[in-house]
Design a protein around this ligand. Structure first.
Ligand code: IPE
Ligand code: IPE
Ligand code: MG
Length: 247
């Protein structure tokens, strides 16, 4: 099925976020070690980034490593971090060629030094690109992000830089890691799991959720297009009635 041709190009979401899940189970299905799944997951990242550019997304956020993932076996974490360093340094040229700007959310400082350095270098090298913004969530926890925002706001209130009445929904956004990024209209999770795993809890208050049974290494740009087609069939009512939207 050619899902790309079914996309209404005038109503493409500006931000799609993806929980890339199922690398381990995909590897197991192929009788391979988990890291083999992660390596093949990188190919899916490449395809989806390409696809996002093709349909003109402004932002693509990929959940690559959660704060909770630090609880995994040390050997898997080390392999994932190594894969991250190698992938980032290999992909920078392609990112630049395609006008992709790289950003990260999460606690970069908690990553191994070489990962943090490679990421900062890549962000710097791509900072002037005007195409897709690729946001990698690394060592990310939505609850920590929200708590950090609350701490910054509380500090400003205690220093009389901000009044309690000045705290509202819009300004709260400015204290999150995603302050410069529109909220995702569409959130995709692969591998059949129907949970959020501490991802963008504030930002997805009104996002459309799309779950697919495909494991991440089997997910390609065509699956992204399919999800966008499904998104475009939905009616986003934001609390109103269907009649109100059509009048
Ligand atoms: C997602 O795949 C990648 C990361 C969380 C880093 P998993 O590694 O969670 O794969 P499953 O869920 O065990 O199959
Ligand atoms: C969520 O996947 C995090 C990422 C995709 C990076 P997990 O595989 O860690 O999620 P849980 O623990 O099964 O909910
Ligand atoms: Mg998983």
């Amino acid at each position: 099925m050619d899902y790309k041709s079914l996309i209404n190009t005038s109503e493409v979401p500006s931000h799609v976020a993806i929980i890339m899940d199922g690398n381990g189970r995909w590897a197991k299905k192929h009788n391979k070690p988990r890291i083999f799944g992660h390596k093949n997951g990188v190919l899916s990242v490449r395809s989806v980034v390409e696809g996002a550019g093709e349909i003109g997304l402004k932002y693509l956020t990929l959940y690559a490593f959660s704060t909770e993932n630090w609880k995994r076996p040390k050997i898997e974490i080390a392999a994932l971090m190594q894969l991250l360093v190698v992938t980032i340094s290999n992909e920078v040229t392609a990112l630049n060629k395609n006008g992709v700007r790289l950003l990260t959310i999460g606690d970069l400082k908690s990553l191994p030094g070489n990962c943090e350095r490679e990421l900062r270098k890549a962000m710097d090298k791509t900072k002037n690109n005007k195409g897709l913004t690729l946001v990698l969530a690394l060592s990310y926890s939505s609850k920590s992000e929200i708590i950090n925002a609350v701490k910054k706001i509380a500090t400003e209130v205690s220093e009389n830089k901000l009044s309690i009445e000045g705290i509202n929904d819009q300004m709260f956004n400015n204290y999150l890691d995603t302050s410069d990024i529109d909220d995702p209209e569409l959130l995709i999770r692969t591998s059949g799991e129907c949970r959020l795993s501490n991802f963008l809890l504030w930002q997805i208050a009104y996002s459309e959720l799309y779950f697919t049974d495909k494991f991440w290494p089997d997910f390609t740009k065509d699956d992204l297009f399919k999800a966008v087609v499904s998104y475009q069939k939905r009616e986003r009512r934001f609390g109103m009635t269907s009649e109100q939207l059509s009048s």
